[in-house]
Design a protein around this ligand. Structure first.
Ligand code: GLU
Ligand code: ZN
Length: 491
């Protein structure tokens, strides 16, 4: 049996970490089994629909470089399945359940139903299946009579949940799950009065028609699953396997949300993360691969993914860890590629001029030095800006080595300048040796000479490697900056 899985987002918000994790696990599962990964837009909830969210979904997939395998069109770029293009299908299926005696027309007006909280939620396609709600008022109307009324009266179609039974399924991760049918959302709406399907109907019909073999989704959907199993039984269909993924939490143990930091993929993109780093990190959220390695590029996860690697416990989203991943992937990116990636950030900071070949060459030349200091692409202006524009002269204290005052700092910097002018362009090792020897003669530490020099040349106490920076700047520009700084430190 070929594995067929899907990611089925509702475009009612921006794509966030939880959604990407679900998408990615499905994708990886398909790849690891030589199966198919399907993207399906569950846009049945028109009240919260926005085309911007659809666009954001496409942009997210594009940025991550994750592709789905199949859609309704053959040839050309593969479009996803879109539920709003398939409404007739859901209506037919709801009617089929009515003819099978497994669903019924409900004529209760909105005022009557509004009393029943869970039904209202249902009509909005909500995830919650509360244990109270509709009183099954129309369940016993004679089917022939109901059919006649349905021709002219406004109605919804409700699923007839068999009473006095228990519904069970085997979750691939969590094991056996059993719900008394009395605890399942009572006779939920499948088709709304405007003919639109609810989430439950469209989701189950599509999973069946698309031959989905495994439903892998966030744990918050688990309360819908008994209901879905009942629907499969009502249709006489084989249900897919279910696997509910561990929750993603913030470090305080609460569901990951804005309060913890960035959660939408857009924010990560704009924050200068590499998609490779996010894919690697998110692809391991709630999974463990115990071979002592840290980095699992997508291609490896595509090979190694397996439900056995998933953990039942909630996953904690660790921003520091992701930052570390990002730094690692930045360091692995070839210089030319990285130079192109940082360019928009340099342009935005007003440092780079678009299409300036000399400038681009200079950025490329600086890459080996700068990439060690980049945690995020957005760091580029602060890490390498000093190579292209004169940094403002820092306040005197910024120059001071430990326990130094302005006068001592000034004379250390003057020593450092003299040595640089005398020895440049010696190799990094020779320069360091020369500075070490001079520091010893002066009864100073190496850092006492190099810190003021670093601040003078780069404008900052934390810079890329100093001698490499001087090499990129050239001796003359470096000396000029030192002289500005000497003046600023007083005479
Ligand atoms: N449309 C649902 C969502 O937004 C799909 C849940 C499922 O995967 O069944 O997550
Ligand atoms: Zn009713």
């Amino acid at each position: 049996m070929q594995v067929r899985v899907r990611y089925a987002p509702s475009p009612t918000g921006l794509q966030h970490i939880g959604g990407v994790r679900t998408a990615l696990f499905n994708y990886l599962f398909a790849r690891s089994k030589g199966g198919k990964f399907i993207l399906r837009l569950e846009d049945t909830d028109r009240s919260r629909f926005s085309q911007d969210y659809v666009q954001n979904l496409y942009d997210t997939f594009e940025w991550l470089g994750v592709k789905w395998d199949e859609g309704p069109d053959v040839g050309g770029p593969v479009a996803p399945y879109i539920q709003s293009e398939r409404f007739d299908l859901y209506r037919e299926h709801a009617e089929r359940l009515v003819s099978l005696g497994r669903a019924y027309y409900c004529f209760c007006g909105e005022e009557r139903v509004a009393k029943f909280h869970s039904d209202v939620q249902d009509e909005e396609g909500g995830a919650e299946g509360a244990s109270f709600g509709y009183d099954r008022h129309c369940r016993n109307i004679d089917p022939a009579e109901a059919k006649v009324r349905a021709a002219s009266e406004r109605h919804v179609i409700r699923l007839k949940i068999p009473l006095g039974e228990t519904t069970e399924f085997e979750d691939e991760l969590l094991g056996n799950i059993a719900w008394k049918n009395e605890d399942v959302n009572p006779d939920p709406v499948l088709l709304k009065s405007d003919g639109f399907p609810t989430y439950h109907l469209a989701n189950v019909v599509d999973d069946h028609l698309m031959g989905i073999t495994h439903v892998m989704r966030a744990q918050e959907w688990i309360s819908s699953t008994p209901l879905h199993v009942i629907m499969y039984q009502a249709f006489g269909w084989e249900p897919p396997a279910f696997c509910h993924l561990p929750m993603v939490m913030g470090e305080d143990g609460r569901k990951l949300s804005k309060r913890h930091g960035a959660t939408s993929v857009d924010e990560f993109r704009k924050g200068g993360y590499l998609p490779e780093a996010l894919l690697n990190y998110v692809g391991m959220l709630g999974a463990s691969y115990e071979d002592g390695r840290d980095l699992y590029p997508l291609a490896d996860l595509e090979r190694l993914f397996s439900v056995e690697h998933l953990k039942k416990a909630p996953a904690v989203f660790d921003y520091k860890r992701l930052e570390w991943f990002n730094g690692q992937y930045i360091r692995q990116t070839p210089d030319a590629e990285l130079a192109a990636l940082v360019m928009p950030w340099l342009e935005e900071a007003g440092i780079a001029k678009k299409g300036d070949a000399a400038f681009e060459a200079a950025v490329l030349a600086a890459m080996p030095l700068a990439k060690e200091r980049l945690h995020y692409l957005r760091d580029a202006p602060s890490v390498m800006g000093f190579l292209f524009a004169e940094p403002p002269v820092p306040a005197p204290e910024e120059f001071f080595p430990k326990k130094f005052d302005a006068a001592m700092t000034r004379s250390a910097l003057a020593e450092a300048r003299a040595l640089l002018a005398a020895r440049f362009p010696a190799s990094d090792e020779e320069l360091e040796e020369a500075y070490r020897a001079r520091a010893t003669e002066l009864g100073l530490k190496l850092g006492d000479l190099l810190m003021p020099l670093r601040v003078a040349v780069t404008g900052s106490r934390a810079s890329p490697p100093l001698f490499g920076s001087i090499r990129l700047l050239g001796l003359d520009r470096s000396l000029a900056r030192i002289d500005r700084s000497l003046a600023a430190l007083g005479s």
